[in-house]
Structures are given as C-alpha cells and as structure tokens.
Design a protein around this ligand. Structure first.
Ligand code: MLT
Length: 244
C-alpha cells in the first residue's frame, strides 16, 4: 500500500502499477482529493492512519507492506506508532523521522497563506524545484509538467490540511529502533529536502533496515527513476516473501 507525498495525490504512484505482476498494489489518496475527495480533511496524521486502518478492515486486509514517500513516510511512521501489528514490512522513501523545526512550522503557515491567497499554481511553482532533482529538471521537462498537473488536481483545503498535519507531527526518532518489521529506506541521490545522509541515519537506526540510493533522482524518486525504484521495491518484496 503506497502513501503519497505533498502536495500530490495517489496518481503519483502510476509507475508502480508495474509491481502488480508481483503483488496486489494499493494506493490511498489523503483526505480531500482524488478518491478521498469526500473524506473531510483532518488536522492530524493520527486521524489519517486510523482511517487507513479502517479502510484495511473494510477491504478485509489484515496486514500490509506499507510504503510512504515523504509526507507518505511521515504517515507510515504514524501508522507504525498506532497500528504496528498490521505491518508485514515498511518502506520509507525520501522522508525523515524528525518533526518540523520551528522555522519549518513557520514556513508551513506561510505556505497556507500562499495557498489560500494565490491558489494551487503558486504551490506548484514553490514545490516543483524541491520535488524534482537537478537531473530531472534539466533533462525531463515532460516529467516536470506531469508533476505540475498532478499538483493542480489537489484542492486548496487538502493542501492546507496536509500542511497542518505535517506541522503537528511528532518526532518519530525514538520510534525507529522499535520498528520490528523488515524495512527498506529509499532515497534519491539528488534529494534536497530529505537528502541521502538523512536516509542513511534512518536506516542505521532501524534494526536490520537496508538502504537503497537511487542515482539521478531527486525527492520524487519513484517518478524520476521508475524502473530502478520498482526494482528495489520488487527485490524487497521477494525478500519478504522468501523470509515468510
Ligand atoms: C513531501 O514531498 O511530501 C514534502 O516535501 C514533505 C514536507 O514538506 O516535509
């Protein structure tokens, strides 16, 4: 089950549909967008993960391998805190365990004002240089526009709720050594918001976790280097299947 990044929706996982030859692939839209447009935007990641657990109940899925990228990773860690017994494995991509700094929280509040005053295009313009790596921005204008189109599908109230949830999230650093399921940490080599050093520190702290660094990818490593990303996820899933 894949949990998407900010300021996006589950459509960012389109390239991972290729993994359905190997496993059932599920994606979830955070509240207020896409297939979750009728779910009222919540103010906490805890509320979101309880909704995900309820969705698993409704689909009669007892356990999942949960994969989250960036905001999706913050959500996956919140799920781990509240519903660890439902995890078969964990995949944390381009994310971090630390809470926001005071400066980071102030930046979230400023971005809420930008979203409300100027609309979604201003959010896309602010975020695209952070989301995509230098190589992608230089060589893949098609992908830049594809990500812009994904962002433009997200209503402003959903953006605001994402920002409030991320600003309020607790620090998960102390959770990492307690994670008891096989874990893969993935990071784009050119990821600036959550760079490889952050991913390496996370992988070093989670018992038995492995780390995959994806060359020529930035923060949206699953979109920027789709085949390489899918290959490391596929290897991880095969490893899980062999171990069980
Ligand atoms: C994301 O990609 O989900 C965001 O960059 C996360 C964040 O703003 O902390």
């Amino acid at each position: 089950m894949f949990l998407h990044a900010f300021p996006l929706h589950a459509g960012m996982w389109a390239p991972q549909a290729a993994l359905s030859a190997q496993a059932r692939v599920l994606t979830v839209d955070a509240p207020g967008r896409g297939r979750s447009h009728a779910v009222p935007p919540s103010a906490s990641l805890e509320a979101r993960v309880d909704q995900i657990a309820a969705l698993l109940d409704a689909e009669q899925i007892p356990k999942v391998v949960l994969a989250g990228l960036s905001m999706g990773g913050y959500t996956a860690l919140a799920f781990c805190r509240r519903h660890a017994e439902r995890l078969l494995g964990l995949l944390l991509a381009d994310t971090r365990a630390e809470a926001d700094t005071d400066e980071g929280r102030a930046g979230r509040m400023a971005m809420i004002q930008t979203a409300e005053r100027e609309g979604i295009d201003a959010i896309a313009n602010a975020m695209l240089p952070k989301l995509l790596g230098e190589t992608t921005r230089r060589t893949r204008p098609d992908l830049v526009e594809q990500v812009r189109a994904l962002i433009r599908d997200v209503p402003v109230p959903a953006i605001v709720s994402d920002l409030l949830c991320m600003a309020a999230r607790p620090d998960s650093t102390a959770l990492l050594p307690t994670i008891a399921v096989p874990t893969l940490v993935i990071v784009g080599e050119e990821d600036v918001p959550t760079p490889p050093a952050v991913a390496r520190a996370m992988a070093d702290t989670i018992p038995g976790a492995s780390l995959a660094i994806i060359p020529h990818a930035g923060h949206l490593s699953n979109l920027e280097q789709q085949e390489r990303f899918n290959q490391v996820v596929s290897d991880f899933l095969y490893g899980l299947a062999e171990a069980s």
